[in-house]
Write a protein that binds this ligand. Sequence first.
Ligand SMILES: NC(=O)c1ccc[n+]([C@@H]2O[C@H](COP(=O)([O-])OP(=O)(O)OC[C@H]3O[C@@H](n4cnc5c(N)ncnc54)[C@H](OP(=O)(O)O)[C@@H]3O)[C@@H](O)[C@H]2O)c1
Length: 259
Amino acid sequence: MERYPFSSALVTGASSGIGEVIATKLAAAGVPTVVVARRADRLNELADRHDGVEVLVADLLTAEGQAEVAARISDPDHPVDLVVNNAGFGTGGMFHELDVDRLADEVELNVAALTRLSHAALSAMVPRGRGWLLNVSSVASFQATPRLAVYAATKAYVTSLTEALHEEVRGTGVHVTALCPGLTKTEFQSNSNTEGYERDIPSLAWTSADQVADEGLKDVVANRVISVPGLQYKALVAASTVTPPFVKRVLTRVAQRWD
Ligand SMILES: NC(=O)c1ccc[n+]([C@@H]2O[C@H](COP(=O)([O-])OP(=O)(O)OC[C@H]3O[C@@H](n4cnc5c(N)ncnc54)[C@H](OP(=O)(O)O)[C@@H]3O)[C@@H](O)[C@H]2O)c1
């Protein structure tokens, strides 16, 4: 079994996919873990499977939900050592044809809620001189992505914010990492109108939620600023730093089988 340095944790979006696997790994390793999402039944099932799991049902699209989770992170009587900002979704399709309220919700969850909870985490951790913040971004944060335009833009924000915070807290004892997965089979595809990816994109391009969770947790312990799970995506991200933006846009269109 993996051993982690955290004495407690909080994971948002723990009712499915990457967040559920991260929370499960932490709980299985004996780390008391607060699990956050809207679906209480899924969170309660997780709590039934493991000791030390605290369920916090919250909708992070609401001011109340964000405030409740921020207050739990800031609670001085029950400090949280590791915060994983994982809840997020995307919207596939042509920007001008999509429901603008859904796009506003996407920005609210992926950007505003993550910012508020990162602030709660670092306000508590920096004075303590101890803590770990893992913000789940995406490889989509490294290039503009037609047909996932708002999603890629929100993730560019997450990677940029997280890199800046990593530098700000350098030397304080607090670790800050952006986890940037590539394609990972979860409920993301059905929630983000990208089901076609599973059919069209070869298996080589897919990483498992298990691998993403493992690498993300290892990299935040190691205080790496960016964590990119999977050799294929490490190579892609390395190549993208020397690829002109217009070539990246064309490759993104080809990868999406869109012409
Ligand atoms: N899968 C991929 O290919 C991929 C690639 C790169 C990055 N990512 C990122 O990885 C993260 C996790 O995604 P996933 O792939 O694991 O997708 P997922 O299976 O759809 O999980 C998303 C999680 O976010 C929670 N969530 C959604 N809206 C919420 C809200 N308003 N309030 C609270 N929780 C909310 C969901 O729980 P409830 O519905 O119960 O609230 C669920 O637990 C996301 O940030 C995503 O952008 C995914």
